[in-house]
Design a protein around this ligand. Structure first.
Ligand code: SF4
Length: 489
């Protein structure tokens, strides 16, 4: 199978070459298995315009004194793992106790850097997420200090969802205690698969028995949502292995499950092993689609589970999935830590990924920006559209209505074709994805955003497309753009 990046490029080339509505159309012969030739992206959303380092830093320094306007969330990154899993592109540094201690001290300084500035303190933070890497690898004393500093320096809402991500390996009772004392009310545990052979092959630590036992123990805590990630598409996983993964997950005393597709990235150790024949190929897109459909069947037919998004299922009301929901939309996200990503007023940035550089910048009193993207003028609408299509059923009249523009009309040719292809169903104003549409959700979200971007662009070759002319004249597109720009100011 081609790598994930090759698939993304294939789809991009198609869009660039066609410059027509039909570039966004799906294959009508078999929506679940062949709607599109590849996945369009990892996370859907409008493109940004890169900013030079100095202008990014100056811009952010100025903006840090402006109050936030949207619901706020915060993300804290841990750039360490005890081992590297073969499929992962998030691995940054090996873990050590000393590294944990030093990282904690600098992270606390970064929390303090903007304390008192409006961008950090003006409005409540509704969800705080500790991701990585492996936050659960940190020493218990460091977990305590980091959570204490976050609570002291960030205006956390009373009902703030505080998620700690990681794995059960090395997550001792002492660390759990430190999390609970610090206000953590959600644990997101990366299980990926319960199959012992695949776990060994992917270099995941711990046996399925230990993981199941620990999840059962964690599930006993009141007021703590325990959520697991399952990945589908590993070499050797399709068929009975995946069926068993789903059965185990569905019966565990946990609060939520996220089932998402394995992407084989070009530079991942897994891709190297597959290419050199040391390991069998990962599932093809069509095979992955069948695995996804099986997960939908399993959880939607189970009396204890209900759906939150296209990939996310909840068993109890404890699971709110708030951070993930807000992060996809236009909300502000304050990032902290080496390699963290965040956004403010539509400007998104990645923080320095090299530990020494990140630490040096924080010590100098600088927000450690590595790269920043300026948003398109109409980014709020585009991000709202992308996150709505990504999450499940969506209402284009309502989304456009919130911005005083009609987005249903320019998107109609695409939506109609997706209905014909079997990706969507329409009832009233609501578009609901079929199981095939749910599998292709991220590609559809990206294509819908790009189709809308094209229609309002100054690209005359796209405007010359007969389908474009039938629904939207250049004058209408211009008026549309004026309204939306005024609204977003
Ligand atoms: S999957 Fe998780 S634990 Fe494994 S290398 Fe990636 S970030 Fe680390």
């Amino acid at each position: 199978m081609a790598s994930f990046e090759m698939g993304v490029q294939l789809l991009k080339n198609m869009l660039i070459k066609k410059k027509s509505y039909s570039a966004f159309f799906a294959d009508e012969s078999d929506a679940l298995h062949k709607a599109f030739p590849a996945k369009a992206t990892v996370h859907a959303g409008p493109f940004g315009i890169p900013m030079l380092w100095n202008s990014a830093r100056n811009f952010l320094e100025k903006k840090s004194f402006e109050p936030r306007k949207t619901e706020g969330i915060a993300y804290v990154h841990t750039p360490f793992c005890e081992s590297r899993c073969l499929f992962c592109m998030f691995y940054q540094n090996p873990y050590s106790k000393e590294a944990s201690n030093a990282y904690t001290n600098t992270l606390i300084k970064e929390f303090e850097l903007w304390n008192g500035r409006a961008a950090q303190n003006s409005a409540p933070i509704k969800a705080l997420y500790f991701g990585g890497g492996t936050p659960t690898a940190l020493e218990a004393s460091d977990i305590r200090k980091i959570l204490g500093a976050a609570r002291k320096n960030l205006p956390l809402a009373k009902d703030c969802e505080i998620t700690f991500e990681g794995r059960v390996h090395g997550f001792s009772d002492e660390k759990l205690e430190a999390c609970l004392e610090g206000g953590v009310n959600r644990l997101s545990i990366g299980v990926q698969t319960f199959n012992p052979e695949i776990r060994r092959e992917m270099q995941r630590l711990d046996s399925p028995e230990f993981i199941i036992h620990r999840l059962e123990e964690l599930g006993e805590h009141d007021n703590l949502a325990v959520v697991i990630d399952l990945l589908f598409g590993f070499p050797g996983q399709k068929g009975k292995v995946w069926t068993k993964d789903l059965r185990i997950a569905a019966e565990l005393p946990i609060d939520g499950v996220d089932c998402y597709q394995l992407n084989v990235f070009e530079k991942s150790p897994l891709n190297t092993r597959i290419k050199s024949g040391l390991c069998e190929p990962a599932a093809t897109l069509a095979e992955a689609a069948d695995m996804y459909a099986e997960s939908v069947e399993k959880f939607s037919s189970h009396p204890d589970w209900h759906r939150l998004t296209n990939t996310h299922w909840a068993k109890t009301p404890l699971e709110r999935n708030l951070y993930n929901r807000l992060a996809k939309g236009p909300s502000d996200c304050l990032p902290f830590g080496c390699g963290a990503g965040g956004k403010l007023f539509g400007y998104s940035w990645m923080q320095e990924r090299k530990l020494a550089k990140w630490s040096d910048m924080v010590d100098k009193g600088l927000k450690p920006v590595f790269v920043m993207m300026k948003p398109q003028e109409h980014w709020t609408l585009m991000r709202t559209l992308a996150s709505s299509v990504e999450s499940g059923p969506f209402n284009l009249c309502e989304i456009g209505g919130n911005f005083n523009v009609d987005i249903e009309k320019p998107l109609k040719p695409v939506m109609d074709q997706w209905i014909k292809a079997g990706l969507l169903e329409k009832s009233g104003d609501l578009y609901s994805p079929t199981v095939a549409g749910q599998f292709w959700y991220v590609t559809m979200a990206q294509l819908a955003t790009e189709a809308l971007t094209m229609i309002i662009s100054k690209d005359d070759s796209f405007k010359a497309d007969p389908i474009t002319q039938s629904v939207y004249s250049p004058n209408q597109a211009e008026a549309w753009l004026k309204t939306i720009n005024k609204r977003e100011k």
